[in-house]
Design a protein around this ligand. Structure first.
Ligand code: ZN
Length: 594
């Protein structure tokens, strides 16, 4: 994967007040776990004055990390980890200007601008995020460093409702246990109101030994929250008694036995409920075994890997480097953004294994999944299209010459070009495709990426990128290289999806749903022309392609209006208009170098 030994990370978080300690602790766990390569800058957003207190060094940071008071003049930050629950748009946009941002459990309006969003805990509201689930839930490192005891070595009942026990459930539950003859061990945080003489049992106020106690207990009674997940990891049976109906609903998303939530009716019944539930211990043990599988304790490692990916992959801007953009689609490997200024889409892909063209499956199963047949079976169609495109090039150039097809795949276009009298060659990254085209078609193909292969300066009359350009993250580098190997007066020929086409305009939901993960840029011929002008291309020819009248008419539902008998005519009118208006779902652009 990555061979890198340093990552400068801004941890943007809060601590104390209504935010509790959880956000800060998560950042701290990441900095600790990644201490061998992370240099951390901890910025605590103001919240109830706790920033000063912590900045004063109450909670020590790992060696390579330090507290900072300003984020304005930070330099060389590779990544921002935001963990504050409620970012505002302004706040998040400021962070994204520093570096790519991973945001945890964020419910603020700022999330539209974050590069990657993660929600480890279940939610009741629908939210558009990249990664969900317990595999991203970071547990206390002291918990993950503990090996779970077997059930026969676990003894006693533990009651723990977190560091502050805001609903004061510990004494309620402890007394209910006393009524059925159980003396529990209660672990209470420094802010808990519980008193030793309120119940019969043992009271421990040292929270740091909670992991050990959790592991040793045969049963833990807690509410929905981190203690539940720690108990799950340690395979200790759990009974939940929740603070509110809301927490109770969240708890229902897991297969955990729950007594309900605190209300007036339930408290008198609590001893009976507990007696019955504890009596069915086999069920509790069985659930604990099942739930153990939900948490592998490797979330920190997983997120550190994601942090490396996020810092160094992905496209962060549109073709014109405009600054304002927002997310339009989030997936498990990418976030698709739209630029507010030029309207183009760009893809922040945070999975470096996402674009693996160097595999036969790309031309076989993958291609078939997208187009209904393998690349080889589609040969006749591909060759016909190649012929049409070459004819257009010949019309503009007025002659044959030396042609380079970038991303030449199995070499069908190079072969057709050669047969028409071109001195044609290809560039292809897939060893399988290079081998196939050399052996079966006897054509000349450079193996490697367009960046790496050595090409003669001013050596080509034509360079073609047919459905290839959108696969490059660093388009600037591509066009620079094209410029250096293309002769003056030569043609850069491009075919690609059209962001200005009918599907994007009128059927955006499906367009975004079907958007391939490995396309970095979705643009229009107009924007592309403007962009290429900056690189010394002066004359352009555009053709709108991918015109599917049936898509248009199904959007308008004209078929239902009884116009079926006139369909031929309508389709023909539509095709003419769509061509003129560039409404096709793809376009071809032929750009002449000055
Ligand atoms: Zn833009």
């Amino acid at each position: 994967m990555f061979d890198m030994n340093k990552l400068n990370v801004l941890f943007y978080t809060v601590c104390g007040g209504k935010f509790g300690m959880g956000h800060f602790i998560r950042c701290l766990a990441l900095a600790l776990k990644g201490n061998n390569f992370i240099e951390g800058f901890f910025y605590l957003r103001k919240s109830g004055g706790s920033r000063k207190k912590l900045a004063g060094g109450r909670i020590p940071l790992p060696n390579n990390s330090r507290y900072i008071n300003e984020i304005d003049d930070l330099e060389d930050v590779n990544l921002v980890v935001s963990d504050v629950r409620n970012t505002s748009p302004k706040e998040m946009r400021k962070l994204t200007k520093i570096a790519p941002v991973i945001s945890f459990d964020d419910w603020g309006a700022g999330i539209d601008y974050a590069h990657v969003t993660i929600y480890p805990l279940p939610t009741l509201r629908e939210i558009s995020g990249n990664l969900f689930g317990l595999e991203y839930l970071i547990l206390n490192p002291a918990v993950t460093a503990t090996s779970p005891l077997s059930i026969k070595d676990k003894k006693g009942v533990l009651v723990c409702f977190g560091g502050s026990d805001p609903y004061n459930l510990s004494p309620v539950v402890a007394r209910a246990l006393n009524q059925i003859g159980i003396r529990p061990l209660v672990v209470a945080g420094p802010f808990s109101e519980i008193n030793k003489d309120e119940f019969d049992g043992q009271l421990v106020r040292d929270f740091s030994i909670l992991p050990e106690l959790l592991n040793k207990s045969r049963l833990v009674i807690t509410s929905f929250g981190i203690t539940l997940f720690e108990a799950m990891y340690l395979q200790t049976p759990v009974i939940l008694f929740n603070n509110t109906a809301y927490h109770n609903k969240l708890a229902e998303k897991f297969d955990v036995i729950s007594l309900g939530y605190r209300n007036r009716k339930i408290i008198p019944k609590l001893p009976k409920l507990l007696e019955r539930t504890i009596g069915g211990e086999d069920v509790l043990i069985e659930r604990a075994e099942m739930n153990k599988k939900l948490i592998d304790g490797k979330a920190a490692e997983r997120i550190l890997e994601l942090m490396k990916e996020t810092a160094f992959s992905g496209r962060r801007r549109c073709l014109f480097n405009h600054q304002k953009y927002y997310s339009v689609k989030r997936g498990t490997k990418n976030t698709l953004f739209r630029c507010r200024k030029c309207g183009d889409l760009f893809n922040f892909l945070f999975d470096s294994e996402g674009d693996n063209y160097d595999s036969p499956s790309y031309f076989l199963s993958n291609y078939r999944a997208q187009y209904g047949k393998t690349y080889i079976a589609d040969r006749e169609n591909i060759e016909r299209m190649a012929g049409l495109r070459l004819e257009r090039i010949e019309n503009i150039l007025g002659r044959h010459g030396k042609l380079l097809d970038v991303g030449s795949a199995l070499g069908f276009l190079v072969k057709v070009a050669r047969d028409r009298g071109w001195d044609a060659e290809g560039v292809e990254i897939s060893a399988y495709a290079v081998e196939w085209s050399r052996r079966r078609l006897g054509i000349n193909v450079h193996r490697g990426s367009f960046f790496d292969v050595e090409l003669d300066k001013d050596g080509y009359d034509v360079i073609t990128f047919f459905y290839v350009l959108e696969h490059f993250k660093e388009l600037d580098r591509v066009i620079e290289k094209v410029k250096s190997v293309l002769k003056s007066g030569g043609i850069l020929a491009i075919a690609m999806p059209n962001r200005g086409g009918i599907s994007f305009r009128f059927n955006r939901r499906d367009y975004l749903r079907d958007h391939p993960n490995d396309h970095y840029i979705d643009t229009t011929h107009r924007n592309l022309r403007k962009y290429l002008r900056n690189y010394g291309f002066g004359k352009f020819y555009t053709i709108s392609t991918g015109i599917h009248p049936e898509r248009f008419f199904s959007i308008l539902r004209l078929n239902k209006l009884g116009l079926n008998e006139k369909r031929e005519l309508l389709y023909r009118i539509y095709c003419t208009a769509a061509k003129k208006l560039n409404l096709g779902d793809t376009f071809e652009l032929y750009a002449v170098k000055n």
